[in-house]
Structure formats: C-alpha cells, structure tokens
Write a protein that binds this ligand. Sequence first.
Ligand code: 4NP
Length: 157
Amino acid sequence: MIRVLFVCLGNICRSPMAEAVFRDLVEKKGVANRFEIDSAGTSDWHVGKRPHEGTLNKLAQYQVGTEGMYARQLRKDDRDTFDYIVAMDSSNEQNIQERFGGSADHVFRLLDLVDGSLKDVPDPYYTGDFQETYDLVTEATQRLYEKIEREHGPFER
Ligand code: 4NP
C-alpha cells in the first residue's frame, strides 16, 4: 500500500481538492487498491468540516467525488504512517517539519514536481480563484503519480 497525505493550512480548500483529484486519477487508472489517500490541515481551525463550498463546486463541475471527506488536523504520527507527505505551500512545509520535530525527507511541496516559477499553490480561500488552483492541482498530481510509479511501479492494471 502506498500512502499519500496532502497538507494545507485549513484542510478545506487546497489539500482536500488535491486528495479528491488524486483519488479520481488513481481510480481512473484502475490502481486505487494500491493507494491510501488522505489530507490534513496544519491548523485545527476547521476540524470536522466539509471542504469549502468553492472546492466542492469546482470538484462537482469535473465529476470528482468528495464523499466522506471532513477536515482533520495533521498529527505527529502521520510522519510514520504516510510515504508521501505533500505540502501545498512553503509555510505548510515548514509547519509540517516543525510538528514532526525534525526534517523528514518524504515531505515536499506539490509544485516542486512541476516546471515553472510558481512554488506555492495559490490559496483560493484568499484568491477566490478555485479554477486556477484546480488546474495546478490537476497537473501536479499527474506528476506525483508519475513520480510514485517510477519509485514503486509500474502498477498492474
Ligand atoms: P486551505 O485554505 O489551507 O487551502 O484550506 C484556508 C482555509 C481557511 C483559512 C485559511 C486558509 N482560514 O483562515 O480559516
């Protein structure tokens, strides 16, 4: 089993979007049984809440499911549970490492996987632009799949 955790600040906008889009991707590739996919926030501000309406609407527009997704806070033991811990921005990455009490080398930023100048996924909670975030997350999670396939695959279909 390959365990992937997406992390942002509130766990209501960006990381649930990445979680849902990545789950949809592995389902379409027929390899969902190889993966456990989750998301978390560095803050506890929205614990127990469903994703932001803007994230839900954008995912519904692309027929990406969000069933059973509720915000939770990152825990210290996530460090050992997950194989890939994917931060939405530099601030999240720093907060994750602080929570883990050291530098874990399986923590990285999602946009580290994409060529381009943007390194932080813009936060639609502030920008209001859920399309921009969806497009970036969709491209970057493709790259993430390719990285995991290089490191663990190829997966049987
Ligand atoms: P997220 O966005 O980290 O992508 O879920 C945010 C959600 C909520 C807040 C900030 C960012 N907030 O300040 O409540």
